[in-house]
Design a protein around this ligand. Structure first.
Ligand code: ZN
Ligand code: CU
Length: 485
């Protein structure tokens, strides 16, 4: 009798299957892009055999919140992500997507769109379809599912961003949303606290999002406020979801500013209650500092601000704003002005809030990493191993199975990614193999660019993309669509 043969065989795994079920021992046989057998496969052989000797096999992690729109094209190895076990990224968040940009992007690039490309040349896709086609023609190492950003739509269609959109502009933006959804976008994102979107009333968002219902799309929001007005902002997000008739994702849920510390008790109770009335999800990154473009207002509500990039004065990247102002002999306000355009890391959350939100049953893990910053927030390279290592193993916030569920099965279900996020026969072979005793972030605020510890191999669609601490150079990623509920 002929021996059973696979393309990849993972032996002696402890399988954490992404459903929050207890781990179990088994071998995993992969053929093509699928998991075809799970069980005792001692007699089988394969082209590639990996013996885990009891270490963990988990579904590849799904990064619920990213800004990888351009990185997938400009840095297709996606090392910051695959090095921490991520096999799928959700892009186009916070109202900012690389496409569509049917007319020339303003020079300088309107913040926060410059988080994707401060020079502007990458905003070259006139339609969402042409962007997704580029991703399909030159795939990245990871899969992706993409949102179309409301701020991008405003920049693409409006000359005065300080006003609500006119009926004509709304019609135009809605057409662009339809084009994006038909091309394969999974939904719309907003960043209502950012300048290009701030002037948009709730009704504008509702009208632009109308096509989501028919296309089975989802609404993701960086809310209008994450500080004093966080409750009103939550209510606005729920209202948009109800009136459009689609699920809402509360992006990077947090409460900022010292006077709001502790209020996650209140916001999580409100979110929990809303979940019994309409579909609501949320994600979170495991740090007390946030990161985005540099602004005086954000710096003033932070205990500490580190500049993460500056196009005007790049030599200051990595330094505290207070020190930079001192060296310049000017006020922080003046320093902020001189550094523009620039980005920053803001320490303005409470550790207890971060832990409470991470621990909340329905919270997914999303990095919100900014791949083009000179000295990025460590969340770009460290988010997933930090949840598994620091928060899971060390602090005991949750068992390993639950931590993995928050980055796999839960996320795949919320975003409608079929046959992803779980280890079972017939599912796609997206896998992360790691050592549960060692896994942790190596990135820090001082040294933010560092592959995590304990991630042994990462497989995307049946192809190894990360092994022995480096990228293999394979780019098997696909553009994923949202399965209609
Ligand atoms: Zn955001
Ligand atoms: Cu974001």
């Amino acid at each position: 009798m002929q021996k059973e043969r696979y393309d990849i065989l993972i032996r002696h795994a402890n399988i954490v299957d992404g459903t929050n079920a207890p781990r179990y021992a088994g071998d995993i046989g992969i053929r093509g892009d699928r998991i075809v057998r799970i069980g005792e496969l001692a007699g089988a052989s394969a082209d590639v055999e990996i013996d885990l000797a009891g270490r963990i096999a988990a579904p590849g992690f799904i990064d619920a919140h990213t800004h990888d729109d351009r990185a997938m094209l400009s840095d297709p190895d996606m090392a910051p992500k695959v090095s921490q076990g991520v096999t799928t990224v959700i892009g186009g968040n916070c109202g900012v997507s690389l496409a569509p940009m049917p007319r020339p992007i303003p020079d300088p690039v309107t913040p926060p769109l410059n988080l994707l490309d401060d020079a502007g040349g990458w905003f070259r896709f006139k339609t969402f379809k042409s962007y997704l086609d580029a991703l399909r023609e030159k795939p990245a190492a990871t899969n992706c599912a993409m949102l179309v950003g409301h701020a991008t739509l405003r920049v693409a269609t409006m000359d005065d961003l300080g006003k609500p959109a006119t009926p004509l502009q709304i019609t135009r933006m809605r057409e662009l949303v339809v084009e994006a959804l038909e091309a394969g976008a999974i939904g719309v994102s907003t960043g209502l606290s950012y300048e290009p979107a701030m002037a948009a009333p709730t009704e504008e968002v509702i009208e632009i999002c109308q096509p989501l219902m028919d296309h089975g799309g989802i609404y993701c929001t960086h809310m209008r406020n994450e500080g004093d007005q966080v409750v009103a902002a939550l209510e606005e997000a729920f209202r948009i979801g109800r009136e459009v008739g689609v699920p809402v994702v509360i992006s990077h849920h947090k409460v900022v500013g010292e006077n709001n510390h502790g209020r996650s008790q209140e916001t999580l109770a409100i979110i929990q209650k809303s979940m019994s009335q309409q579909p609501v999800c949320l994600d979170c990154y495991p740090y007390t500092a946030g990161s985005t473009i540099l602004s005086l207002g954000r710096a003033r509500s932070s205990a500490r601000t580190i500049v993460s990039w500056s196009s005007a004065l790049p030599q200051y990247a990595g330094q505290d704003l207070a020190d930079i102002a001192n060296q310049m002999g000017v006020s922080e306000e003046e320093a902020v002005g001189r550094l523009q355009p620039a980005g920053a890391i803001y320490f303005r959350m409470d550790e207890k809030d971060v832990q409470r939100i991470l621990q909340f049953d329905e919270t997914m893990i999303g990095s919100d990493g900014l791949p083009h910053d000179a000295l990025p927030h460590p969340r770009l390279w460290g988010t997933f191993p930090r949840v598994l290592g620091y928060y899971g193993r060390l602090l005991g916030l949750f068992p390993l199975e639950t931590a993995v569920y928050k980055m796999t099965g839960l996320t795949a279900r919320n975003f409608g990614l079929q046959d992803r996020g779980v280890i079972r026969e017939g599912a796609f072979a997206d896998l992360t193999l790691f050592d549960a005793e060692r896994v942790d972030e190596a990135a820090s605020y001082e040294q933010p660019i560092a592959p995590s510890r304990g991630i042994e191999a990462v497989i995307v669609n049946g192809v190894v993309v990360w092994h022995h601490g480096r990228s293999t150079g394979a780019h098997p990623g696909r553009v994923l669509m949202r399965a209609k509920a």
